[in-house]
Design a protein around this ligand. Structure first.
Ligand SMILES: [Zn+2]
Length: 445
C-alpha cells in the first residue's frame, strides 16, 4: 500500500503518547504549556509550520497547518485537548503520570481522554510532511487547552480570537471512534451531537435562629423540599432525531432480541419501561442520558455552626439538555419541577451541538473503520457530555466525534474515561493511528 506507516513510525507516535502522559496537565490548573512546548518542538524539528496561542501564560495552545496548493476552504481539522482531569495515585496499578508500558497497555491519565488523539494528530502532520505527500485540502492540527473546565481558555478562546487559524470545513475530535463489541460484531460510534449543559446554582432563603428552637420554613428545609421533587434526576423523557438515529442504526448490527429492543427505543412512550429492563449498569446510564434532559445534584452547601439555623442554603445542579431544546427552556422546566421557593442562577452553560451526516467525510470514516478497525459499520453517536464541539460548531465547522482506538471486548471505554487505571492498548492505539491516517489520506490527498 502507498504511504504505509512503518513500525518505527508507530513506535515514534507511541513515544509521543508516553511523553504527553508524563507531562501533568491536570485541569485545574491545566498547565497545558508543558504539552504545547513539547508538540511545538516536534513540529519545529519536522518542519511543520505551527503557531502558538495563549489565553494565559500557562494555558498555551498549538495550531499547525499543512497547506494544499489550492485556496479551497474545505480543510480537515484534527483537534485534541491537551488537558486532563486530575488523578491521585491511590488505586492505580501504574502511576497516573508514568506513561508506563506494561501488559500490552500504555498507562496513565489522558490515555484515552484524549492524549492518544494528541499523539495521533501530531504524528499525522509530521508523517505527511516527512513523506512529502501532496495535498488537495489543508490538514490542520489543534492541541487545545481547558476542555475539562468548559473550554473558555481553550477552543472557545481560539474561535473567538484566532478563528482564521482553525478555518476548516470538518473537525475530528472526541467522543467516538472506539470499538463497541455487539454480539460478535464491532461497530464504531461516531459523534454527531453533544448535549448542552448548564451548571445551575439553586438558592433558598428562610428564617434563621437558634438551633434549639426549630423553624419550619428555614432555607435548608425549603431547599430539601425542592430537591426532593428531582429525585429521579430527569426532567422528562425526550427523544431527538440524533438519538433515534443512534438506536435505529445500532439495531442493524445487534443480534436478536436486542435489535428489537433497540428498535422499540425509538418510541418515546416505551423508553422508561425498556430502560428499566436494561441490566448492564453502564449501558443503562448512557441510554437514560441520551433519552432525557437530566439534572444531577452535584453540590450542597449551608450552615456554619452546629446550633445556628442558616438563612441561606445552596445546591448546584448539573443540567444536561438534548438537541432540540434551548438551555433556557430546560431551565424553565427545571424551575417548574423545583417550585418557586428556590431561585436559579446559571454558573456556566453551552447549547447542544449537532452535526450533519452523512457527508463525504462521514462516508470516508465509515469505509476506513471497516478496513482498519474491523468494524461492520459506524453508528451516529450522541455524546452525553460536552466537548470542544461547542466551540467549533460556533465557527460553522462540522464536527465529528472520531478519535479512533481499538479496545478488547472486555475493556469498556466508559470505565476508562476519567477513571482510575486509564490506559490504552498499544495495538489499539496503533490501529487508531492507522485509521486516522487513512481518513486524512482519503479526504485530503
Ligand atoms: Zn475529553
Amino acid at each position: 500500500m502507498d504511504f504505509e506507516i512503518t513500525d518505527e513510525e508507530f513506535d515514534e507516535a507511541l513515544e509521543h503518547l508516553r511523553k504527553l502522559i508524563s507531562l501533568n496537565t491536570s485541569n485545574p490548573p491545566g498547565n497545558e504549556r508543558l504539552a504545547c512546548d513539547y508538540i511545538s518542538r516536534v513540529f519545529r524539528l519536522a518542519g511543520v509550520p505551527y503557531e502558538v496561542v495563549q489565553a494565559q501564560s500557562t494555558r498555551r495552545m498549538v495550531v499547525a497547518r499543512l497547506e494544499a496548493g489550492s485556496s479551497r476552504d474545505d480543510a480537515l481539522l484534527i483537534s485534541a485537548h491537551m488537558d486532563t482531569v486530575p488523578a491521585d495515585e491511590e488505586g492505580w496499578e501504574h502511576p497516573p503520570f508514568s506513561g508506563d508500558v506494561a501488559d500490552g497497555y500504555v498507562w496513565g491519565r489522558g490515555a484515552v481522554d484524549m492524549k492518544h488523539m494528541v499523539a495521533m494528530g501530531m504524528s499525522v502532520l509530521v508523517l505527511l510532511k516527512r513523506k512529502g505527500i501532496s495535498l488537495e485540502r489543508d490538514v490542520v492540527f489543534a492541541g487545545v487547552a481547558d476542555e475539562e473546565e468548559g473550554c473558555e481558555k481553550g477552543s472557545l478562546y481560539l474561535v473567538e480570537n484566532h478563528k482564521d487559524l482553525i478555518r476548516a470545513k470538518y473537525c475530528l475530535t472526541e467522543v467516538g471512534g472506539f470499538t463497541m463489541h455487539l454480539g460478535g460484531n464491532i461497530v464504531i460510534p461516531v459523534g454527531i451531537a453533544t448535549k448542552g449543559f448548564a451548571w445551575v446554582r439553586v438558592r433558598s432563603q428562610g428564617e434563621g435562629g437558634h438551633g434549639s428552637m426549630p423553624v419550619h420554613n428555614s432555607a435548608i428545609v425549603k431547599l430539601l423540599k425542592a430537591l426532593k421533587n428531582l429525585e429521579n434526576q430527569t426532567l422528562e423523557t425526550r427523544l431527538c432525531p440524533q438519538t433515534m438515529a443512534f438506536f435505529t442504526e445500532l439495531a442493524h448490527y445487534a443480534p436478536m432480541p436486542q435489535n428489537l429492543a433497540l428498535h422499540l427505543m425509538t418510541f418515546e412512550g416505551l423508553v422508561p419501561r425498556l430502560l428499566s429492563k436494561v441490566k448492564d449498569a453502564e449501558l443503562s446510564r448512557y441510554f437514560r442520558a441520551v433519552t432525557s434532559d437530566t439534572a444531577s445534584i452535584t453540590m450542597l452547601g449551608a450552615g456554619q455552626k452546629e446550633n445556628c439555623i442558616p438563612e441561606d442554603a445552596t445546591a448546584v445542579i448539573d443540567l444536561r439538555v438534548l438537541p432540540g431544546r434551548k438551555v433556557v427552556d430546560a431551565l424553565k422546566k427545571l424551575q417548574s419541577i423545583l417550585g418557586d421557593d428556590v431561585a436559579l442562577e446559571i454558573i456556566k452553560s453551552a447549547e447542544p451541538t449537532t452535526t450533519q451526516y452523512p457527508t463525504p467525510l462521514w462516508d470516508i470514516i465509515a469505509e476506513t473503520s471497516m478496513k482498519t478497525l474491523g468494524a461492520k459499520g459506524v453508528v451516529p453517536y450522541v455524546c452525553p457530555g460536552f466537548t470542544d464541539a461547542i466551540a467549533f460548531s460556533k465557527a460553522g465547522i462540522e464536527t465529528y466525534g472520531f478519535a479512533p482506538v481499538a479496545l478488547p471486548p472486555d475493556l469498556r471505554f466508559g470505565s476508562l474515561f476519567h477513571g482510575k487505571n486509564e490506559r490504552v492498548p498499544v495495538e489499539g492505539f496503533k490501529k487508531g493511528l492507522e485509521a486516522l491516517w487513512q481518513v486524512v489520506l482519503a479526504y485530503c490527498r
